[in-house]
Design a protein around this ligand. Structure first.
Ligand SMILES: C[S@@+](CC[C@H](N)C(=O)[O-])C[C@H]1O[C@@H](n2cnc3c(N)ncnc32)[C@H](O)[C@@H]1O
Length: 352
């Protein structure tokens, strides 16, 4: 499995370092994040090893969840090419392999053409090294290209040179490192380059605000939102009051335990995302999505939904709802709701 392969590759990386060096590099990197969301620059091998070992499992899990939600809206569609913008050590490339496998067209197909762009040479070098040992063709054969997304000079900035075209463009955990104008220039360039664009950001109020600004630009460029939203209209959340985000469970590595202490074997990575596509990609958004962890009570499940017709609203699913109640007991934060049925399957009475 791709996730285990990635974990194995990261564990081998950290095993090669004296424990103090690894946790020292992580602490420096995290201090940068705490003080200034736009600060971290992956300058050298120690920075990128720390980033990969400490953050990559979490960004991988978040992007895999976002791509998984997108894939569940687009059925048989598979990207034959993938461009990862600000891809760093390649979390989104691993995530795409987890969702669609390593090939463009089934197990016997040709490898998905994969390109990673980043300004950090050490990040690209480590990404190449990690992916080089993978069993997935798309990872092993990915191209890792040095490319600053902002600034001037040869090859710099998507405004000056278009991004290479690809079926899928991912922009994950990058917008927070760019100024506001650059962010939107990158998103506009992604909308021109990709048939589908998936943007993932930290699940904080600021990450959500950047995601919504990206969503507005993708919609203005003619893309339709396929996940998580049930429509491409304005987001009904009121900025400052709430923010749309989800959670992906990440097993903690021994390095995490060293740095953070605590005994929990996992943590939840909170993320915001938008997945949108040009009309050439067939697919439909869900008619609603669960926005909070479902609350289970005796004989009922309470859901907070974002819906196509009624915006934000709660729903209570009780035993009276039969099959839907059983599904609601298993439903998770981030799932589509109401449950989608094959023709012929029925519910006792719909909780909507
Ligand atoms: C937080 S890391 C995210 C990496 C990866 N996408 C992930 O999800 O794990 C941000 C990445 O954006 C890259 N980046 C930041 N500003 C950039 C710029 N102006 N041009 C190109 N890459 C940039 C950094 O080098 C780094 O690899």
């Amino acid at each position: 499995m791709i996730e285990e392969e990635l974990r194995g590759a990261l564990a081998a990386l950290v095993d090669g370092l004296p424990p103090r060096q690894a946790s020292g590099a992580v602490e420096r990197l995290m201090k940068g994040y705490r003080h200034d969301e736009t600060a971290p620059v992956l300058r050298d091998r120690a920075d990128v090893v720390a980033y990969a070992a400490y953050r990559m499992p979490a960004t991988f899990a978040a992007v895999a969840a976002a791509l998984g939600a997108f894939a569940s809206r687009t059925g048989e569609w598979r990207p034959e090419s993938h461009l990862d913008v600000g891809g760093g050590t390649g979390a989104a490339v691993w995530a795409a392999a987890a969702v669609w496998g390593g090939t463009a067209g089934g197990p016997e197909g040709t490898p998905r053409r994969t390109t990673v762009l980043d300004r950090s040479e050490p990040a690209l070098a480590l990404g190449r090294e990690l992916a080089g040992a993978s069993a997935a063709d798309a990872l092993r054969m990915a191209e890792w290209r040095h490319r600053p997304l902002t600034g001037h000079g040869e090859g710099a900035g998507p405004g000056e040179a278009a991004l290479p075209a690809a079926d899928l463009v991912t922009v994950s955990y990058v917008l927070g490192e760019l100024g506001e104008r650059d962010r939107l220039t990158v998103i506009d360039a992604a909308a021109r380059a990709g048939r589908a664009v998936v943007v993932t950001e930290p699940g904080t109020p600021d990450g959500y605000a950047r995601t919504i600004a990206a969503r507005d630009h993708l919609v203005a460029a003619g893309l339709r939102v396929l996940a998580p939203c049930p429509h491409s209209e304005r987001c009904p959340m009121v900025p400052g009051e709430d923010w749309c985000h989800f959670a992906a469970r990440v097993s903690r590595s021994s390095l995490h335990r060293q740095v953070k202490g605590g005994s929990l074997p996992y943590e939840d990575e909170k993320f915001s995302y938008v997945a949108a596509a040009h009309p050439a990609v067939t697919g439909l958004p869900a008619s609603g999505r669960i926005l909070r962890r479902p609350q289970k009570r005796k004989g009922q499940v309470l859901l907070e939904l974002c819906t196509a017709g009624d915006g934000l609203r709660p729903a209570t699913v009780t035993k009276r709802h039969g099959a839907d109640y059983r599904l609601a007991r298993d439903a998770k934060w981030g799932d589509a709701w109401p449950p989608e049925r094959e023709p012929g399957e029925g519910a006792a009475s719909s909780p909507g």
